[in-house]
Design a protein around this ligand. Structure first.
Ligand SMILES: *Cc1c(COP(=O)(O)O)cnc(C)c1O
Length: 500
């Protein structure tokens, strides 16, 4: 047979790699320059986006100019500008500046964090960064964890470990049907990924008992005790209490110390979903609001939220490493090492539901090296101040109605045209108006809030967490809500509510 000749089409010389990379880097720099003046969102249909950025997958290479033109259309013309200071929606961060080149390097090195053999430095960095977070939360030295694709996965892993540790039988082998139904307790305002985790784990989403909240939207410990007692009496097996440290809709912080107490008294796992609020719990001035987080068996924290890390940067921590390992370990023949080698090597594929894993810890590591933690801590405290300022503006404004006082940096309110303030029959119309107002603002391009429901009514919701947001931006939000709200009201108000 003939000896195969070289085929190097898929490799680029370092010079070629640099030429291409430099142009991408240049585009990113132009994006940073243009960002303040780019529309935050825009009026466009899926079809318009498709016709603008898609092209047939080619069989032959395009030249760099064409590729760059495509990347430019994606970056500058058809993306929602989540990095803009007036983007305030859905707890989505801006991405740190040093995190972006770090992501490039992480992809370039392509370390596989499934096992230390394939990623020695990366595995040590991941372990080091996890330990730093764990210490900040007050977990004991030696606790474990992993970077995961998001808070949804972190919550899923925490509930998996809780289930396996506390069901009382070998659930991993025998399944959930081998014992009594297992139940989980969380606030009415818990993130819905907890329900989905219960569903994926075979518990069923009904197993998540939604415990009533108080006037500040925090889970009521007395109601929690009652719910656990009722389920016990009915022959069910309570296994886990989920406290939320910063609810997604309004930023409420459950009374974590009380919940830890109840969980301990009833032999339950205590999970804290700090996907949103976690970084604030690490800031000295804000930490007292999170007292009790240090008693968690597991914690979810998303640095891609309030630390603005590039997506995804999310982690789950476990107080007891043995329980994390027990929930996810598996053995494959082709990854077996002798005892000496295994002792040296951390095999993280045995610690998560993933197998191959990316180097998500690098952007957060580089961001911390480049900025230092103190800049993040000060920025988070600044966001809390900006949110308080926005709430104050809302309270002062005659046509804006506040909801709860913000605990962290989420502010929610309604636009109510002056002449409809005292007309109960306008309630449904005000829902429609506020709902449409949010989407109109998003497409208008000047500000980008999102929505929420408060006491069954539509509200405008702003999450202050971009390091590019300042007082002028939250003031612009107020102005735009009132201006666009009045315009919209003039167009869509039904005749029976006509002004008097
Ligand atoms: C955002 C959020 C989640 C989901 O996290 P992802 O990173 O989006 O998967 C879970 N819980 C809370 C409290 C959140 O705010």
């Amino acid at each position: 047979m003939e000896r195969p000749t070289p085929f190097d089409d898929l490799d680029w010389t370092p010079e070629r790699a640099h030429a291409f990379g430099a142009r991408v880097l240049d585009l990113w720099t132009r994006y940073l320059e243009a960002l303040p003046d780019l529309p935050v969102g825009r009026q466009q249909t899926g079809a318009q986006v498709r016709s603008h950025v898609l092209r047939p997958v080619p069989d032959e290479p395009l030249d760099d100019d064409e590729i760059l033109a495509n990347l430019e259309a994606i970056a500058l013309e058809r993306s929602t500008q989540t990095g803009h200071g007036r983007f305030m929606a859905y707890i989505t961060g801006a991405g740190t500046v040093p995190g972006a080149p770090a992501s490039l390097l992480a992809a370039g090195l392509n370390q596989n964090l499934g096992g230390g053999l394939l990623s020695p430095a990366a595995t040590e960095i991941e372990t080091h960064v996890l330990a730093w977070f764990a210490e900040r939360f007050g977990l004991p030295a030696g606790s474990s964890g992993a970077f995961v694709p998001g808070g949804a996965t972190a919550n899923f892993m925490a509930l998996t470990a809780a289930r396996d540790a506390l069901a009382g039988w070998d659930v991993r082998r025998q399944g959930v049907a081998a014992g009594p139904p297992l139940t989980v307790y969380a606030s009415e305002d818990v993130h819905d990924t907890i329900d989905r985790a219960a569903d994926l784990l075979g518990l069923g989403s009904d197993a998540v008992r939604r415990v009533p909240v108080d006037a500040r939207l925090r889970m009521r410990p007395d109601a929690l005790v009652e719910a656990i007692a009722a389920d016990r009496a009915a022959g069910l097996r309570p296994i886990c209490v989920v406290g939320t440290a910063g609810t997604t809709e309004f930023g409420a912080i459950d009374p974590l110390a009380d919940l830890a107490e109840v969980a301990a008294a009833h032999g339950c796992w205590f999970h804290v979903d700090a996907a949103y609020g976690g970084p604030a719990a690490m800031v000295a001035d804000l930490a007292p609001r999170f007292a009790g987080i240090e008693r968690a068996d597991s914690i979810t924290c998303d640095p891609h939220k309030w630390m603005n890390q590039p997506i995804s940067s999310s982690l789950v921590l476990f107080r007891d490493p043995a329980r994390q390992h027990a929930a996810f370990t598996l053995e494959t023949d082709y990854t077996r090492f002798d005892d000496e080698a295994s002792a040296e090597m951390l095999l993280r594929y045995q610690w998560t539901p993933q197998f191959s894993r990316p180097f998500d810890a690098l952007p957060v590591w580089v961001s911390l090296l480049a900025h230092g933690w103190r800049a993040f801590a000060r920025r988070i405290a600044h966001d809390v101040e900006l949110a308080a300022w926005l709430h104050h503006l809302v309270v002062e404004h005659p046509e804006l109605e506040p909801t709860v006082t913000p605990e962290l940096a989420i502010v929610a309110f309604r636009y109510i045209p002056g002449d409809l303030a005292d007309r109960p029959e306008a309630a449904d119309y005000l829902d429609t108006l506020n709902d449409r107002l949010v989407f109109t603002l998003q497409k208008g391009g000047r500000v980008f809030p999102s929505n929420a429901a408060y006491e069954g009514r539509y509200v405008v919701r702003a999450c202050v967490m971009s390091y590019r947001t300042e007082a002028g931006d939250v003031e612009a939000l107020v102005d735009e809500v009132v201006r666009v709200g009045a315009e919209l009201d003039g167009r869509v108000r039904p005749v029976e509510l006509a002004g008097v």
